[in-house]
Design a protein around this ligand. Structure first.
Ligand code: IPM
Length: 360
């Protein structure tokens, strides 16, 4: 297969982890006779520094022409304590999601058997957790009308959803549940918010078309607690934009490191794949950033094109690296010198030689 992949490394650890994912994709292309071409674009703080724009038109064009986008990370502490900054790196990420119409964000949360002890939660509590979070990505409070009064003393952000925005991701989430444990939990705040009531009504209607899927409804405050005390009860979680952002980051506690959580963002025409972690600027260029979330995002990219064997090869490589403790310091206790590149090299070698790869 020929795939033209746009690479947006972004900020902080983004370039380092993305480089490992590209290396792994190149190994897959060699091993399975595909032709993958990579073109890099500017986004985020890196783009602001060069062009004063977090999402230059050139980057949008590059992504629209590509078959898929691999995104690194975004953010820079220099903007964090400046609420008055008109231009922010995050606008690059939100802008590209909107431009490409990426309304469905899929975030798998898997408690890996070999590193259960890396979670701060009890092993018996998290063992066998396997959740797929369906987060709506182009609506809600992230994209609603914003207001700041002239005197600067009143502000608001509107959380708006329409039926179509809810329907399209809901169907996808139900279909995903059908290919898993046939269970879907809608997370909302329908005891308070009008937008959540609409989600609940629409999901209740659509549920009738998927009679074999058991549907649960849970308020976000309760879901935040249930996710920690009994994560195994969840199969597919469907939720709106901001709740999904918060719940998926919380879910990284189950897995042991946010450096393991990958995601796919899809729409009707385009698809982008990105780790759920941020730029973690403090860790940049130290060789300590965990590349696995980016590498697993590359696996999700391959899934998207039906390259199942290839995607599974990557996942097996990741599993083996975890089993052998070939992990960066966020997870590591056995070795203290495994760098970002070393993890990438190991998974690259595994792709070429699945049966023989060991730490060397
Ligand atoms: C994420 C991130 C982004 C979001 C930020 C960087 C805008 O937290 O992808 O989860 O809030 O969606």
């Amino acid at each position: 297969m020929k795939l033209n992949i746009a690479i947006l490394p972004g900020d902080g650890i983004g370039p380092e982890v993305t480089a490992q994912a590209v290396k792994v994709l190149k190994a897959i292309a060699m091993e399975f006779n595909h032709i993958f071409t990579f073109t890099t674009g500017l986004v985020g703080s890196a783009a602001i520094d060069k062009t004063e724009n977090p999402l230059p038109q050139e980057t949008i064009d590059l992504c629209k022409k590509a078959d898929a986008v691999l995104f690194g990370a975004i953010g820079d502490p220099k903007y964090d304590n400046n609420p008055d900054a008109k231009i922010r790196p995050e606008q690059g990420l939100l802008g590209i999601r909107k431009e490409l119409g990426l309304y469905t964000n899929i975030r798998p949360v898997i408690a890996y058997e070999d590193i259960l002890n890396k979670s701060s939660l009890k092993i018996k509590q998290i063992k066998d957790t396997n959740i797929l979070i369906y987060r709506e990505l182009t609506g809600g409070i992230y994209f609603g009308e914003r207001f700041l009064s002239e005197d600067g003393n009143t502000a608001s952000d509107v959380c708006e959803y329409n039926r179509l925005e809810i329907e399209r991701i809901t169907h996808l989430a139900f279909k995903a549940a059908q290919s898993r444990k046939n269970k879907l939990t809608l997370v909302d705040k329908a005891n308070v918010l009008e937008s959540s009531k609409l989600w609940r009504r629409v999901v209740q209607e659509i549920a009738l078309q998927y009679p074999n899927v058991k549907v649960n409804y849970m308020y976000i405050d309760n879901a935040a607690m249930e996710l920690i005390i009994n994560p195994r009860q969840f199969d597919v979680i469907l939720t709106e934009n901001m709740f999904g952002d918060i719940l998926s980051e919380e879910a990284s506690v189950i897995v042991g490191s946010i450096g393991l959580l990958a995601s796919a963002s899809t729409g009707d025409k385009h698809a982008m794949f990105e780790p759920i972690h941020g730029a973690f600027t403090k860790a940049a260029n130290k060789g300590i950033a965990n590349p696995i979330a980016s590498i697993l995002s590359a696996a999700m990219l391959l899934d998207h094109f039906g390259l199942d064997e290839e995607a599974n090869r990557i996942r097996e490589g990741v599993d083996k690296s975890l089993k052998l403790h070939i992990t960066t310091p966020d997870l590591n206790t056995k070795y203290d010198n495994i760098s970002t590149t070393k993890v990438g090299d190991f998974i690259e070698d595994f792709i070429n030689n699945p049966d023989e790869t060991n730490l060397n």
